[in-house]
Ligand binder design. Structure first.
Ligand SMILES: [Ca+2]
Ligand SMILES: [Ca+2]
Length: 362
């Protein structure tokens, strides 16, 4: 239940989900990629040593949840087809990576790629069958795979196959479905682990051929993803900064934890860095950190969770150089709600970490 609530928190607090009609004009094409209809792009022709990619012009924010659905077509030649398609997240779009076994993905770094590989390269650890895997940083060697390779039935069958890529940041979970079945799943903090804290990345699809070839194509019926609204970071001369300096209790909009745990999401770290800056500017002030929860999940567990979250914040600030003696962390569990726990919006308000700057008692 907790996980559901945190997901809801994310959706209500920071983002507006919408479905966007697919438009090929929203993509930048590179290499041999060409439009082949109202909503299809041919990434490679059936010609040897070709490579192409299509990149959506708008970056996506990995702090928000999204789901993308597309159709992939890997060509009609099985025995002598090649090489495959990769769905990629990458901070600098517009480029196609290396051809052949690189599938237009090799060399794009940093990156996260979901490969559908149709050519056996033994030296890369490819299984003897078409396969799907989660790769990083433009490396197509399976020694570096984050998930997979998972074998799939021959996909070079002249047909379109639905591919769904779903990201749930509250659970740090990436799920991939092919032909309506879950084929890969990965849990990890992609933003800090791969993109060095940068949550806004471009996304696109690459493909390549080598000594053998296939026509490789993608089509979009609909694009569903979440547009993330900008949340203003904490600023000293902003309303929250002013309240804080007056000694009032504030909450931070960007402070987020993994569902049911005290692990800070990477979004929170930038916000806490601002708070640390403020504390450095006013070196005589102390900071009280108060954790609170809603009433779901039992009073004892909530007490512990609220304490661990307040402490996680203090630990992070201490790592940023704020002396421990200026920090005090305390959890209050579900004891002090600020809204009704009988509605989801009320519970959302109750799950919070509060901050108060205070002058030491002389
Ligand atoms: Ca291969
Ligand atoms: Ca095949």
């Amino acid at each position: 239940m907790k996980q559901l609530y945190l997901l809801f928190f994310f959706l209500t607090a920071f983002s507006v989900s919408y479905t966007q009609e697919a438009s090929i004009d929203d993509f930048n094409l590179s290499g041999d990629a060409v439009k082949t209809g109202a909503n299809c792009i041919r990434l490679t022709p059936d010609r040897i040593w070709s490579g192409g990619s299509a990149w959506h012009k708008q970056p996506i924010d990995l702090n928000g949840p999204f789901e993308m659905k597309l159709q992939v077509m890997l060509g009609c030649k099985n025995a002598d087809g090649a090489d495959g398609i990769v769905f990629v997240f990458h901070p600098y779009a517009r480029r196609t990576g290396y051809q052949g076994e690189g599938m237009g993905f090799a060399g794009l770094e940093p990156s996260l790629g979901i490969e559908i590989d149709t050519w056996l390269n033994e030296h890369l650890g490819d299984p003897y069958q078409d396969h799907i895997a989660l790769l990083r940083d433009g490396s197509v060697h399976h020694g570096n795979s984050l998930a997979g390779p998972a074998r799939i039935p021959n996909i070079e069958d002249c047909r379109e196959h639905p591919l769904t890529v779903r990201w749930t940041p509250a659970k740090l979970q990436l799920t991939i479905e092919l032909d309506g079945k879950e084929v890969l799943s990965y849990r990890g903090d992609i933003v800090s682990g791969i993109f060095r804290g940068n949550s806004k990345v471009y996304w696109g699809v690459t493909a390549a051929t080598g000594a053998y070839n296939n026509r490789q194509e993608i089509c979009f019926e609909k694009l569903e993803f979440t547009k993330v609204e900008e949340v203003k970071p904490l600023e000293l001369d902003g309303p929250k900064g002013k309240e804080l300096l007056k000694g009032e209790v504030i909450t931070l909009d960007n402070l987020q934890f993994e569902s049911g745990s005290a692990t800070l999401l990477s979004t929170s770290k930038a916000e806490l860095a601002r708070l640390a800056e403020i504390m450095r500017k006013y070196p005589t002030l102390k900071l009280d950190i108060f954790g609170h929860t809603d009433n779901i999940g039992g009073a004892g567990a909530n007490q512990q969770l609220s304490s661990r979250r307040a402490e996680a914040v203090a630990t992070y600030l201490s790592r940023l150089g704020i002396p421990d003696k200026r920090l005090s962390a305390k959890g209050f569990g579900e004891k002090y709600p600020i809204a009704s726990n009988s509605t989801s919006l009320g519970r959302l308000k109750n799950r919070r970490v509060e901050f108060r700057l205070s002058r030491p008692i002389p």
